[in-house]
Design a protein around this ligand. Structure first.
Ligand code: CAA
Length: 258
């Protein structure tokens, strides 16, 4: 459909899959892609039948960056007035957990979009980098902040200042991704992970994502208190009663809210 020119959207059970699909531009993230990714993610987020989202690209590229050709001729005031890239913030407001599955290039905005995902799985072919310095700019979709939080100052400075790429092994060693799998198994591994998440009780899942994300926005004491209050609130759910009763009775829980 012309609402989704740049992504493929499908559903498998309780998992929504968004596949970046601009093969001729290595999935460069232009304004249409921003619109389509955010629309697809928001639609899945609003769908009670969906419990997790997988975001992936192609074998060659998750995404090779923001679309350089679309930006190249823009003036400073134009970039500022359009608040270029601000629209991606909507992707980080999605409450449903997002599993990012990266094969090939995740450069610039591609690396930054991957870092907006909640669980990040890499194929052994994945390459991560923030090469903006080679274009006379710096990361603009959160890279200087999320990469630094993910891998620490030393590696973030190294990558942002030199533009060098990390392979999958270094990305896993550095804590940028949670798992590396052979390229042929990437989508299956991401789907299995998303299905596992989607099968868990939804109130606890949403609370868990909010609690982990709070670690990036609050002091330790505030974050620990926020976590504890969410923990208390979950005792108002049927799923907590069922989950704990099932444990005591040595049987599988039958969750209400999935
Ligand atoms: N924007 C626009 N088009 C891009 C693109 C991008 N980021 N990356 C690749 N493409 C296009 C190429 O221009 C090419 O199109 P044509 O066939 O019309 O020439 C097509 O995709 C295939 O790319 P290559 O021929 O270059 O493929 P390759 O295998 O030789 O090289 C690559 C792959 C090393 C990833 C190379 O494409 C590359 O360096 N891409 C740009 C990477 C980059 O600088 N990313 C950062 C962008 S700026 C940014 O993201 C800002 C931000 O912070 C959000």
């Amino acid at each position: 459909s012309d609402q989704h020119d740049t992504v493929l959207v499908e559903t498998r059970g309780r998992v929504g899959i968004i596949t970046l699909n601009r093969p001729r531009a290595l999935n460069a993230l232009d304004a249409a892609t921003l619109r389509d990714v955010v629309a697809a993610a928001a639609a899945f987020d609003a769908d009670p039948a969906i419990g997790a989202i997988v975001l992936t690209g192609s074998e060659k590229a998750f995404a090779a960056g923001a679309d350089i050709k679309e930006m190249a001729a823009r003036s400073g005031p134009e970039m500022f007035l359009a608040d270029w890239f601000a629209g991606w913030d909507a992707f980080t407001r999605v409450r449903t957990p997002v599993v990012g599955a990266v094969a090939g290039y995740a450069l610039g905005g591609g690396c930054e979009l991957a870092m907006m995902c909640d669980v990040l799985i890499a194929a052994d072919t994945a390459r991560f980098g923030q090469p903006e310095i080679n274009l006379g700019v710096i990361p603009g979709m959160g890279g200087s902040q999320r990469l630094t939080r993910a891998v620490g100052k030393a590696k973030a400075m190294d990558m942002v200042l030199t533009g060098r790429q990390m392979d999958a092994a270094e990305a896993e060693r550095s804590g940028l991704v949670s798992r590396v799998v052979p390229a042929a198994e990437l989508l299956d591994e991401a789907l299995r992970t998303a299905e596992t998440i989607a099968a868990r009780p939804l109130p606890a899942t949403l609370a868990a994502k909010e609690a982990v994300n709070a670690a990036f926005e609050t002091t330790l004491a505030q974050g620990v208190l926020f976590e504890r209050r969410l923990f208390h609130a979950l005792f108002a759910t049927e799923d907590q009663k069922e989950g704990m009763a099932a444990f005591a009775e040595k049987r599988e829980p039958r969750f209400t809210h999935r």
